[in-house]
Design a protein around this ligand. Sequence first.
Ligand code: GLC
Length: 701
Amino acid sequence: MRTFKNENQVKKISIGTLFPTDTILETSFIEEVYNVEAILKISDLKTKFSLNFELSEDDCIYGLGENLRGINKRGYQYESFCSDESKHLPGKTSLYAAHNFFIIHGKTNLGVYIDFSGKITYDIGFSSTDAMSILVAGKDFDIYIYEGSLNEIVKQFRTSLGMNYVPPKWGFGYQQSRWSYENADIVNEIASGFEVYDIPCDAIYLDIDYMERFKDFTVSDERFPHFKSFVSHFLEKDIKLIPIIDAGVKIEADYDVYEEGIKNDYFCTDSEGKPFVAAVWPGKVHFPDFLNPDARKWFGSKYQFLLDQGIKGFWNDMNEPAIFYSEKRLKETFEWLKAHENKNLDIYSFFEMIEKVNGLSNAVEDYKSLYHKVEGEPVNHYDVHNLYGYNMTRAADEGFKQYDDNQRVLLITRASHVGMAKHSGIWTGDNHSWWEHLKLNIQMMPSLNMVGFLYAGADTGGFQDDVSPDLMVRWMQFSLFTPLLRNHSALGTKMQEPWRFEKKIRQQLRDVIRLRYAFVPYLYSEFMKASIEFNMMFKPLSFEYADSESKAIEDQLLVGDALMIAPVYEQNAKGRMVYLPEKMLLWKASTFEAIKADQFEAVEAGYHYIKADLSELFIFIRPGKLLPLVEPMDRVSKLKTNEFIVIGYGSEKANYALYEDDGESFDFKAGKYNISTLEVDQNQVVTSNNDGHIIKTSFLF
Ligand code: GLC
């Protein structure tokens, strides 16, 4: 099943048409037909396809969107099969997403997108250091080939995908979450924590406990009485409440969503055509068949229940879909356990037992026994697995547009596929409070941007395990830059709202969050320009600098047009090595209030060890560029976005193209936005147009 429209006239190879029969072929036809220098061989293995590339020693492989390991994916194996993966360990091969786009960056560059909805396995220089081989589990797919510079390749690909999701501007504010703030009193307590400690916050999330026994599109009267007035009380404070919606619909008589789904055949079925029974949070559920347009429309319309109560944003979860167990598998497991109840379990039978019990969740066999109906025909879920979360989120987005077609709604989702980028943003799932996962977050941002997920971020501080104070600070310092800045943690872990920490740490967290608000105009402007121009907001250095050192840098990023960042991501580090591809201005930032000329220092190109206290983060301003900041406020809506403090680096002058729009409608799609140039030179402060921007203070180095 295809998800992609090739509007760009890029090179497309339809495998189904090329190899209609079951013949075994081995050919380097792409090289012949398209004169592509990299060698791609395609073999038809009857049920699977193998694509093989030769890699030169210096080739880097970028891409694969949300996946594990480094910016350069070379040297390991990966899988595209949306997985409810709760331990993102180095030995894992896939996360919640299927983003089958990659670029081979060598003497020439080659971008490849594989439009396929089932499983794909990548071996990128793992079995053999100079080969890349890709196994596609099916024949119904197309390959698109892109050539050009790294930035041109991404642009061509992203243009074909269409404009990425754009959240409301308040979505650039700080967002607080936890599994769970389980009743109205606790949510009130959280909001007042931000007030008492004077920490900015724009949104608070509601996890599964706001619902009545985990039923989608219900609110527990007991936990959240008078929900509508509760929501409006928060809207008066300009705080948005963001409820979760899960993929599974509870099986319960008289529950309207369940009854309607049954009546209209909106649920996925088993091989006999009966609604498939799986279990998730509420116990037994059915999964809506999001590949059926009517079911999609129906599910999308259900969000109205919450929109009507003043809700302005949602997070869609468990939509790989996650399965705790299926009825059938649970029964088999209990039978096995019963049969072995009085046995002496030796090591192998013990392992078998563990495997049976652990294998209850997210079993491939269950996915294989689940069916959709597409144009009246049954389609096995396994073949279209990666489209499930995508279509749940598409349903939500289309539902929002039905409700109000010119109002942006905040939407993030867990499972995703490339085609989904126009419908929502993503959070990167259930990470841990580990330094390694801060690094993973840093390294994942560019590949997410390559496939159109610009509105993205990780659970800041880490979801599982207890966060240490220093990790919380360092993670916040990185998340300062990610469009989605959400602090989220799991049931049973240490509370990690910023004020839960000792005074010194609380102060540092407050300073970083306030800095974030000072950066909002820059971040929003860079996000919107990147969206409109199909560009990336987070880039590896090699996307702008051609030197071989830049190609090897795995832990520094360019953020927008003006900045390079070098986050500290190791415990007890007193600084770090930084590589500068050219001379830049270093700002050791700590608090907005303390911005003073002596915090800035021009640093020569090359490698430097730079010291950093826990309170300091490194921001590098590129030559000729200007960073506009505003005074922090406690909400995005209160920021005075016409009064700037600017920091420029350029001996003569420095400038910045500032994007602005209304921050809430889609009018920007009709060109209703403004791009003005802020410019500072040695002698005077100038704004090059007269649209009311005031530069209150400027630093030019
Ligand atoms: C999943 C989500 C997590 C959420 C939890 C409970 O694990 O990834 O963010 O808090 O479910 O809903």
